[in-house]
Ligand binder design. Structure first.
Ligand SMILES: N[C@@H](CCC(=O)N[C@@H](CS)C(=O)NCC(=O)O)C(=O)O
Length: 213
């Protein structure tokens, strides 16, 4: 398999975590987002959306969207499972994952932040305030959701799930923008549990071949 991705991309990081949790080898193909490589011909031929990640399967199929890719990996390589065996559990995990991937992340994507600054002429500090507001707001919602679930080591249960694949990159991203993580005990405990796990360590930006210190 090949993963077109970028060390700092949250959506790419989600897929790297899933690949590492499942122990699946892959070729790392870097796409430098800040240099705009996602819009150049080479990657446009791979990705209709010009977004990372793209997973190319051993059979040559190109897959987009991190959540769809992770569910594909979970179905084709079921151990360890990233979704619970029961329907209710799966609904809870998908709800947590989608809260991060669909409610928080899209508001803070590179192209959205660029549009604020370049087209709407928003000042850098106002852009950062936008970022911090929406990440903090989303994490407070996540914390309230987690508080309604039974105690657990990870976001849901005592093994990492799709929700943890989404949580960790969002926290890494928030750290870069100095988001306030105080008063989020369940969220940060799940993050800490993940970061004590070798698969999350191997997937993190500083372990990537294209990492820029
Ligand atoms: N919903 C998509 C989001 C993909 C996405 O937004 N990727 C970002 C990096 S995290 C990207 O490629 N941004 C390039 C750009 O904004 O030009 C997924 O989960 O894969």
């Amino acid at each position: 398999m090949q993963l077109y991705n970028y060390f700092r991309s949250s959506a790419s990081f989600r897929v790297r975590i899933a690949l590492e949790l499942k122990g699946l080898p892959y070729d790392y193909v870097p796409v430098h987002l800040v240099k705009g490589e996602q819009k150049q011909d080479a990657y446009a031929a791979v990705s209709a959306s010009r977004l990372v990640p793209t997973l190319v399967t051993d059979g040559g199929e190109r897959l987009a969207q991190s959540m769809a890719i992770i569910e594909y990996l979970d179905e084709t390589h079921p151990e360890p499972a990233l979704l619970p065996a029961d329907a209710l559990g799966r609904a809870h995990v998908r709800a947590l994952a989608q809260l991060i991937a669909c409610e928080i992340h899209p508001l803070n994507n590179l192209r959205v932040l660029k549009y604020l600054v370049r087209d709407l002429k928003v000042e850098e500090e106002a852009k950062n305030a936008w970022y911090r507001h929406w990440v903090r707001d989303g994490l407070e919602i996540l914390e309230r959701e987690l508080a309604q679930l039974p105690p657990s080591t990870f976001c849901y249960g005592d093994t990492p799930s799709l929700a943890d694949c989404c949580l960790v990159p969002q926290i890494f991203n928030g750290k870069r923008f100095n988001v306030d993580f105080s008063g989020l005990p369940r969220t940060m405990a799940a993050f800490d549990a993940c970061m004590a796990h070798p698969a999350f360590q191997r997937a993190q930006p500083s372990s990537c071949p294209d990492n820029e210190a």
